[in-house]
Design a protein around this ligand. Structure first.
Ligand SMILES: [Fe+2]
Ligand SMILES: [Fe+2]
Length: 135
């Protein structure tokens, strides 16, 4: 059973961003499946790194679009992105050192962060982007 089911409430109305959000959801579901199946640490560590890299790429792409749209909430939004990136980086480092394990607490934290961030903070930029002709 996937950790996150994609649904319309997660749509921000901008196609390129929606595609990236779906990849994030898929990668997080993949990490969750690997954890439940008790897959080897080398595999889960690789998925966690993939999630981290993709998250960084997505955040910078999203920030560039917000800048293009002259979105007023950009500075605050960047802080939220940076905070999450740091948290996941710290976790990935501890995981690789053997000081942390993948667990449901982490999965639920990432799920709640991602879904709430998309539904509140990401959706807030939609009008500014659409006003600039982004779809
Ligand atoms: Fe965002
Ligand atoms: Fe986003």
């Amino acid at each position: 059973m996937p950790l996150i089911h994609w649904n319309d409430a997660l749509s921000v109305g901008i196609k390129t961003i929606g595609t990236q959000h779906k990849v994030l959801v898929d990668t997080l579901n993949e990490l969750h499946d690997a954890m439940l199946a008790g897959r080897a640490k080398t595999l889960t560590a690789a998925i966690l790194q993939e999630l981290l890299h993709y998250t960084r790429d997505h955040f910078s792409a999203e920030e560039a679009l917000m800048a293009t749209a002259n979105y007023g909430g950009l500075a605050e939004h960047k802080i939220r992105h940076r905070d999450l990136t740091r948290q996941v980086e710290g976790y990935a480092t501890r995981f690789e050192r053997g000081d942390a394990t993948l667990n449901l607490h982490l999965m639920h934290f990432l799920r709640d962060w991602l879904t709430q961030h998309i539904q509140k903070e990401d959706r807030a930029y939609t009008p500014a982007m659409q006003a600039r002709g982004l779809r």
